[in-house]
Ligand binder design. Structure first.
Ligand SMILES: [Zn+2]
Length: 76
C-alpha cells in the first residue's frame, strides 16, 4: 500500500482526534479493544475500524483508504 503522507503525522492526528495524550497511549488503549481508531491516508478522516483493517472505506473520499492506527504504526 502506498502511503502518500507521513504516517507519523496521521497517527498524531488520530490520537488528538480521539483525545489521547499521545500516539503510544492510543496504541495501548486500542490493543485491548475490538475496534480501534483508524484514519484515512488520503484526507485524514478518522473513524472506528477493526484493529487489522488496512483498506477501510472512507466516507469522505469514497475510497478504501482507511487504515487502523495499529496497522499504520506497524504494531500488528
Ligand atoms: Zn478519505
Amino acid at each position: 500500500m502506498l502511503v502518500k503522507v507521513n504516517s507519523q503525522e496521521l497517527l498524531e492526528q488520530a490520537a488528538s482526534d480521539y483525545g489521547y495524550e499521545d500516539v503510544l497511549e492510543m496504541f495501548e488503549a486500542s490493543m485491548f479493544d475490538s475496534t480501534c481508531p483508524a484514519i484515512c491516508t488520503e484526507c485524514g478522516y478518522t473513524t472506528d475500524y477493526e484493529p487489522d483493517q488496512d483498506r477501510g472505506w472512507c466516507e469522505d473520499c469514497g475510497k478504501n483508504t482507511v487504515v487502523s492506527v495499529l496497522v499504520l504504526g506497524g504494531i500488528i
